[in-house]
Design a protein around this ligand. Sequence first.
Ligand SMILES: Cc1cc2nc3c(=O)[nH]c(=O)nc-3n(C[C@H](O)[C@H](O)[C@H](O)COP(=O)(O)OP(=O)(O)OC[C@H]3O[C@@H](n4cnc5c(N)ncnc54)[C@H](O)[C@@H]3O)c2cc1C
Length: 487
Amino acid sequence: MHILVIGAGIGGLAAGAMLARKGAMVTVFEAQEYPGGCAATFSRSGYRFDAGATVGCGFHSGGPMDILGKELDIVWPAKPEPVAWQYRDGDICLDLSAGRDEILDRFPKSRLFWEEQSALAGLLWKLAKGGLAWPAKGPGDLLKLLRKGFIGLPASASLLKFASKTAYEWLVSHHMHHDPDFVRFIDAQLLVSVQTTSHHANAINAAIALDLPASGTFRIEGGMGAVASRLAGVIEHNDGIVLYRQQVIRIDSVRRQVVGVETSEGGAFAADYVIADLPPDSLARLEGADAASNPEKQPERLWSAFTLYLGMDPLLFRDLPSRHIQVVGSSGELGEGNSIFVSVSPSDESDRAPEGLCAVTVSTHADPARWFDAHKKGASVYRELKDAYTEKMLDVLCEQFPGARNAIRSVCAGTPVTWERYTGRVNGCVGGYPQTSLFGVRGPSTRFDNLFLAGDSVFPGQSLPGVVTGARRTVELLLQRNEKGQA
Ligand SMILES: Cc1cc2nc3c(=O)[nH]c(=O)nc-3n(C[C@H](O)[C@H](O)[C@H](O)COP(=O)(O)OP(=O)(O)OC[C@H]3O[C@@H](n4cnc5c(N)ncnc54)[C@H](O)[C@@H]3O)c2cc1C
């Protein structure tokens, strides 16, 4: 069975590695010269910056990354971090850790909310173990869910009452909506983990997203890109190939069958199956369709990111309990530079920055429309917007770290336009779909019998553990289809 994978993001690599391990011939095409996509680490002027993802999640015992590592004989270069990240909003400063002590000290009335969240998340991690047959593709999947959920874990019936609630309704049920600081805190957590805030986020998605600091976060030695490199290594070790600087420009098909792909280098490759580690609208472009004419219903708001890659004097961050700081600015809605996530390279990784300095990734959610509009209007309008965003983010950083501007040695920015060019995602929409409902979510199947999606547009969505759980479903459906074809 010959499988072509378009894109060496974590979803494509995880699916490719699982299949290569099962004996499939796997060829991965990656447009960039290194793997990882949103979870890559890239070199620039003596620094090694994490492009997007910086916090290692899902590596805890029994977590999706832990299970995948054991299955593929990968020893992840992952070390537990005692404090997942620090949250700062005005005079509120909370270290988010497994015990939630500081959250409970600052918001004592939230105790029952966290007890419920913790119980829900525990169930969800158990349900997700080994993959989730969701969205169900037929009675067989429903039976599997029934067996795993309601028979194997009887307490999971309690999930039903949350399935149609928003996170905000859940806060209301605990009377926590009266505390604006708590709601802003929860909103800031949800925006980075489920791409939307409490009024829109589904309560079940929120329960697992809010569990990340409690279940444990990990530092990936050498930068987040080491995860993708290990997965690519498994594919190569199992006689597969990962081809870099090979952009797939076209998918060739006959009726409901994909027959192969064509690359920018003029190559044409035949396939039994293709896995596209892409959102559906980027895939539509490869099928020759205009993304705008993609018949799939798009959610209302898809975020892109604006990122700063800063070379800095690490003294600014000395004595902090965590290398990650989430800063919420004193004004404005979350995102758009008003809230930022800052990650500093570890002081003991000398290859991450020139001597005496550190590599810092700062990100915020950004609406892509205004960026593409500015880009169309010309270089100076685009540059002005870039400068304005950069200053806005540095202002927010300076609210908590007044010396930040003086500590900066170099600045480089990634806009939604950069993210589109870099990841191949239409409008640079990184982060996956906002997790507003468990129903109507996207599975890996496409209109072609032998083409499947992987990555964070597939349920359960964004993050390393999210895309790895989704990739398991991709592999499961592909193997089912193959068995059916052979029967
Ligand atoms: C700013 C930011 C911060 C984040 N922080 C975290 C975090 O701290 N922790 C966490 O767990 N998650 C985080 N995430 C989310 C996580 O990074 C993503 O959900 C995940 O990495 C997405 O993986 P993917 O498989 O969907 O592929 P992508 O990362 O989108 O990769 C797709 C790959 O396909 C390649 N490609 C695209 N088109 C083609 C083509 N035509 N031919 C060949 N190659 C192609 C691209 O070059 C790219 O390498 C963050 C994301 C962002 C943007």
